[in-house]
Design a protein around this ligand. Structure first.
Ligand code: NAI
Length: 416
């Protein structure tokens, strides 16, 4: 079977489990909200993203896409997408950092009117390196915590000259994708990559934000003994009250058998930590960039390094201790050899949020200024309603009395 056929099969499977996207194609395939617009997508290029890209094209967009992280690209999906009209992709698995930038530049050269971004990679490139194309940009939507953080940094420097929607910050994204998507897929892929048991293991989870909560709670559900590390006192307290051990990393590493980083920060595991880790520890990253684990320092400290299983590098230190790194500290749920990313249903929701936020941004762009905005709650609710409908679930609606009660403030109106 050739690459295009393999990619098509992956797309077919994903599409058949993405009912929200079927609804979006039904509604917006007729309305064509993106007609005449170049829409650039930067994301992990695999089948679920492929269905999102197909849906944008069905809604009238001329789609150009590239990979936010080269290590996670599936070349057969790229081939199948490139074979479709209205879609042009620049992505190849495992290209170097320089080649990756070149592919991003080719994408941005299409002068996008909308960017649907991951970690703000394309937006930052456009603003920094192609300021002459920024005038074409009507707006952008960002799907990750790292990207929203980066957009706010750009905003503080006065570099946001278009409306930007922080899709990551919506409940329909972070309550499901970050918590359940990252939680399930990080552990599933860690288990597949290592073929090791989690039950009974001492697992350290760095960061107790949305992703960290998902990873920690699901690891606990698998029977692991979980310690959480944090820098935010409230998150640490939340972890404590949910029954997790809480400790600084320097202490937590001493007993660790598995350590998973989910902070969106850098050097969370570094030289001082590697020096204290027990023999055989497994390190994996589920935050956006590989910099969460200082693999450069680890390689320098190692007397020898080798691949012990596909996707697992064993670094042997001078004193004989072995430290194993999964997928070179790239996202364990996307870059490990067997990895498929988040479960399909979760990405159906996340990409639907990107899609609906983009439609809303276009429809309201006359009233939006140059800033980073939260996505209006009505958009979040709409996607939740579609999802419930596809599940066949119904919920209650407020009665008129309940609505009045919620809007009241005088004691006599509240209790009568
Ligand atoms: P978040 O902001 O909710 O959580 C991050 C947490 O890490 C915060 O509680 C923060 O206090 C903590 N933290 C920061 N520096 C730390 C340090 N040095 N040590 C310990 N804790 C530290 O963000 P969220 O939504 O959990 O995302 C985290 C990362 O995961 C981001 O890079 C995001 O882009 C990425 N992400 C990855 C996904 C995947 O597929 N693996 C999916 C969604 C997000």
């Amino acid at each position: 079977m050739n690459d295009i056929e393999l990619g098509r099969r992956k797309l077919d499977w994903a599409r058949s489990h993405m009912p929200i996207h079927s609804e979006l194609r039904r509604i917006h395939g007729a309305r064509h909200p993106f007609a005449g617009l170049v829409v650039a997508v930067g994301s992990h290029i695999e089948a679920k993203t492929g269905v999102f890209i197909e849906t944008l094209a069905a809604a009238g967009a001329e789609v150009v896409f590239t990979a936010s992280v080269a290590a996670t690209t599936q070349d057969d999906v790229v081939a199948a997408l490139n074979a479709q009209p209205g879609i042009t992709g620049y992505a190849r698995r495992g290209v170097s950092a320089e080649e990756s930038v070149a592919l991003h530049e080719r994408t941005v050269a299409h002068k996008p009117n909308l960017i649907l971004d991951d970690a703000a990679e394309l937006t930052a490139l456009l603003v920094h390196r192609f300021p002459e194309h920024v005038a074409e940009l009507l707006g952008m939507c960002e799907q990750t915590a790292t990207g929203v953080q980066r957009l706010h940094a750009m905003e503080r420097q006065g570099l946001i000259t278009f409306p930007a929607y922080a899709v990551n910050d919506t409940p329909m994204k972070h309550d499901f994708d970050n918590v359940h998507g990252t939680g399930e897929s990080a552990l599933a892929n860690l288990a597949l990559a290592t073929n090791l048991l989690l039950a009974g293991k001492r697992v350290v989870v760095a960061g107790f934000g949305y992703c960290g909560q998902g990873v920690a709670q699901k690891a606990k559900g698998w029977g692991a003994r979980v310690t959480v590390t944090e820098v935010d006192p409230r998150k640490a307290l939340r972890a404590h009250m949910l029954g997790f051990d809480v400790a600084p990393m320097a202490q937590a590493v001493r007993q660790a058998e598995v350590i998973i980083t989910t902070t969106g920060n850098r050097d969370v595991l570094r030289r001082e930590h590697f020096e204290a880790m027990p023999d055989g520890v497994v390190l994996a990253n589920a935050g956006h960039f590989h910099v969460e684990i200082d693999t450069g320092a680890l390689a320098e400290m190692a007397a020898a390094s080798r691949e012990v299983r596909p996707g697992i590098t064993e670094h042997r230190l001078a004193d004989g201790r072995r430290i194993n790194v999964v997928a070179g500290a790239e996202l364990v749920n996307l870059a490990a050899p067997t990895a498929m990313g988040h479960p399909v249903e979760v990405m159906d929701q996340t990409f639907a949020m990107q899609f609906m936020a983009a439609v809303h941004l276009l429809e309201h762009r006359a009233s939006l200024g140059a800033a980073v905005y939260p996505v209006p709650d009505e958009v979040d609710r709409q996607v939740a309603q579609i999802k419930l409908r596809t599940l066949g679930l119904r919920i209650d609606t407020l009665t008129d009395d309940q609505r009045r009660y919620q809007d009241s403030w005088r004691s006599e109106d509240i209790i009568k």
